[in-house]
Write a protein that binds this ligand. Structure first.
Ligand SMILES: Nc1ncnc2c1ncn2[C@@H]1O[C@H](COP(=O)(O)OP(=O)(O)OP(=O)(O)O)[C@@H](O)[C@H]1O
Length: 245
């Protein structure tokens, strides 16, 4: 069974302790979110899980067949057009150029890009369009595990919902497993099967929340009422330093 297993993970930058005793497992087909306040160590934890940072103490075992990463900012290659940016990973994997282009065009359309955008360069794209390209690029290789680093945070509410619903469609069909970090509780409630709450100084998990309803059945009402419920949770109030009025 493909899975990502994090055991007794600690991390320091210099003399500063950033993460302490992190333990969790992400199984195939699941979506796991890590939420917490800014500076709590979410990015560091995601980088350790995605092998973008070396594990020094504890272990991260990733048996997923393949993985991909989408970042908060799109990080497109400025000298390549939309389709060539998306096709890059496919070509790197040895896919023939014309097949790679065809697959890239299909996924670009799925993420709401128009044919007239295909030849555009990143400098001529809006922030939202860049993020559509970024998602298409990450998913065109059909990764079994997707790492997401706050990919919706700079998007307007309409685009956020649109991109989330493409992911929710894939999640509900069990096409993908996702590990993502966010400081947005509603985003975590909308997308994840399990949410880990990471408190800062040093980053440690103080609570795990499970959401049983299948993602494509979670409407706004569900997300708002779960958020209201969770915002009353002592650990959430403490971790985000919320003041109850
Ligand atoms: N390369 C680095 N060298 C030294 N300190 C670092 C490095 N990267 C991050 N840190 C520190 O580690 C702590 C955790 O940072 P991290 O980016 O993981 O938190 P975060 O929860 O993702 O925050 P945010 O939501 O603001 O991005 C911060 O105090 C940060 O300054």
């Amino acid at each position: 069974m493909e899975r990502l297993e994090v055991k007794k993970l600690n991390h320091h930058f210099g003399f500063t302790e950033i993460l302490r005793d992190i333990n969790f497992t992400l199984n195939k087909g699941e979506v796991l979110s890590i939420v917490g306040p800014s500076g709590g160590g979410k990015t560091t934890l995601l980088h350790l899980c995605a092998n973008l940072l070396d594990v020094e103490d504890g272990s991260v075992t990733n048996t997923f067949e393949s993985s991909a990463y989408a970042f908060q900012e799109a990080r497109l290659l400025p000298w390549k057009n939309v389709i060539d940016n998306i096709a890059l990973a496919l070509i790197a994997k040895g896919e023939k150029k014309d097949t790679a282009i065809k697959k890239s065009q299909e996924i670009a359309l799925r993420f709401g890009l128009d044919e007239e955008d295909f030849e555009k360069f990143p400098k001529d794209l809006s922030g939202g369009m860049k993020q559509r390209v970024s998602f298409a690029r990450a998913l065109v290789v059909k990764p079994s595990l997707l790492f997401l680093d706050e990919p919706f945070s700079a998007l307007d509410i309409g685009l956020k919902k649109e991109l989330q619903s493409v992911l929710i469609d894939m999640i509900s069909k069990k096409e993908i497993s996702i590990l993502f970090i966010t400081h947005d509780l509603m985003e975590a409630i909308r997308l994840s099967d399990e949410m880990l709450l990471l408190k800062a100084d040093p980053g440690h998990i103080v609570k795990k929340f499970k959401f049983d309803l299948i993602q494509n059945q979670r409407d706004d009402k569900y997300v708002y009422s779960k958020s209201a419920e969770i915002l009353q949770d002592e650990k959430i109030i403490d971790t985000f330093e919320l003041e109850l009025k």
